[in-house]
Design a protein around this ligand. Sequence first.
Ligand code: GDP
Ligand code: IMO
Ligand code: MG
Length: 423
Amino acid sequence: MSTKIVIGAQWGDEGKGKIIDILAQESEVVVRSSGGNNAGHTVEADGVEYKLHLVPSGILNPQTLCIIGTGVVVDPKALLEELEMFESRGINTDNLKIDYRAHIIMPYHTVLDGLMEAARGKGDIGTTKKGIGPCYMDKTERIGIRFCDLIDEEEFISRTKANVEIKNKIITKIYGGEPLCADEIIKEYLGYAQRLKKYAADTTVLLYNAIKEGKKVLFEGAQGTLLDIDLGTYPFVTSSHPITGGVCVGTGIGPTMIDECIGVMKAYTTRVGKGPFPTELFDEVGDRIREVGHEYGATTGRPRRCGWFDAVISKFGVRTSGLTTIALNKLDTLAGIPVLKICVAYKKGDEIITEFPASLKELAKCEPVYEELPGWNEDISGIRKYEELPLNVRKYVERVEQLCGAKVGMIGVGPGRHQNILR
Ligand code: GDP
Ligand code: IMO
Ligand code: MG
């Protein structure tokens, strides 16, 4: 078997897209298992940049079968736009399959995402407003519309009519919004169904057979560990399971079929949206990291909050996903900062906390405990061998590995496909 999961071990945007694209060169199947078009995965291949939201990052490799698994929430309009973008750039998308069980993002989900955020006022989550949370809410409420329902006209019409009636009450009576027209939605979505039905498949069978045949399968995580609905900084999280456990649920594959779990981290920490962030920097170092690292959201364009590497959260990522390897990206971005800090624990009064707390109230009382490491001035973006990295870079990598408790097997020194060091 050769199956690898790649997940984000921080708050998302760790550079998963780049790692998937590198590993996809030798993978026969690439699978998305959770989230939706809240994700923004950047791939830079041969100097051309692509931002992927729903389509698996293996699409650039024509030989790779790309699967949108059961746990993904699919906005058909956004998906079609993304497919058109690829086709217009000469990339064939025929090798995409979408599972019958994947839930569909409906217009009332997007409308409610916006209204619910506005109603939260200052306590808003800072969602991407793509309808992700409301779609997962309907899934667990058991009134969701799945891909198999979208491509079954009769089923789609009856489910949509029933749902729009309920949602319009919520939209107008609770949130004071404008009602939606079921007939218009039906007309629009049946058009999408016509265009998307050729991609429909029971991907759980395709995947099972591919793994049994010994094919190389890559599972592409979305979001990040601290955004997990169970394990993240609740309620400032997304509504799915970005951890490795979520991959099994979101693809219909058992845990015994997974060989390797790779966690992607940045050499510092970023977060987009609201919620706690213990090592956040509000000074010129944070601004410098944002500018040098181009830390602006791939989906919403929002500036990302930047801070020092937090080993408490990264260790949490290693533990909760059983990570076997770390891919540490963006070491090049830290060049020129004379002294680098790594958070090794939190301090709450006189107490030293080494495990990430569940309660945000507890977390708010925590101050980071920093260890200082010497920086480097060298441009490392052209280096391809670990031994050729400056000593201080290697010291930094080795300290991260020691603190997190997993081997750093890949090191990112730039956004390009080849700007990666295998160790
Ligand atoms: P994802 O959501 O985890 O796929 O990450 P994003 O694409 O949202 O954000 C990561 C950003 O960092 C993208 O702009 C990547 O092109 C870029 N990137 C990834 N790895 C590296 C690296 O090692 N160095 C630099 N400078 N940029 C990187
Ligand atoms: P990738 O896959 C970073 C964040 C949002 C918000 C919270 C909830 O590119 O790493 P949602 O729209 O999901 O209900 O928003 O989750 N968020 C992400 N942050 N990277 C992502 O994806 C994210 N997907 C969602 O900013 O804080
Ligand atoms: Mg992203």
